[in-house]
Design a protein around this ligand. Structure first.
Ligand SMILES: [Zn+2]
Length: 153
């Protein structure tokens, strides 16, 4: 018998850079982007910079070369944002990067995730039913490293 169907929800990830199991819902996860710039990104930075330098050179002359650093910073920011966007689990809303920084915030994100997932009719009916839904929301357990050993067979 299949006891943990959630773990097999995702079959294959193309070109994943990192794969792991979601600690909250146990679904297999895979990240396809990294926070580092790729060789292709550096080429794009170079091309974009050359493009802007050609436009700005008549106005700014050698000062226009500084645009390279602006373009570089912009690319760094974008790559990081794309990476951060990929971290939260699409099935349960667990965000490992927030969990590392602030457990309360990570818990809030999971609660928000389940709130937005609910169909509209459900949200609009009586408060006692809403309360029941809230109880079904998975809660991130607070476990000490000693207690954690019980999960490792
Ligand atoms: Zn999950």
């Amino acid at each position: 018998m299949d006891q943990n169907p959630l773990e097999y929800r995702v079959f294959k990830h193309k070109k994943s850079t990192l794969s792991f199991y979601c600690p909250l819902c146990r679904t297999e996860r895979a990240l396809t982007s990294t926070y580092k710039l790729s060789a292709k990104n550096y080429l794009q930075i170079l091309m974009t910079s050359v493009f802007f330098v050609l436009i700005l050179f008549p106005l700014m002359e050698l000062k226009s070369l500084w645009i390279f650093f602006v373009v570089w910073a912009g690319f760094e920011l974008c790559v990081r944002l794309v990476y951060r966007k990929e971290i939260p689990c699409p099935h349960c809303g667990f965000d490992a990067s927030w969990y590392q920084k602030d457990v309360k915030m990570a818990r809030k994100l999971v609660t928000n995730f389940w709130d937005t997932k609910k169909p509209k009719e459900e949200v609009e009916i009586e408060p006692e039913i809403k309360q029941k839904d809230f109880e079904d929301t998975p809660v991130i357990p607070e476990i000490s490293p000693d207690d954690a050993s019980i999960y490792l067979n």
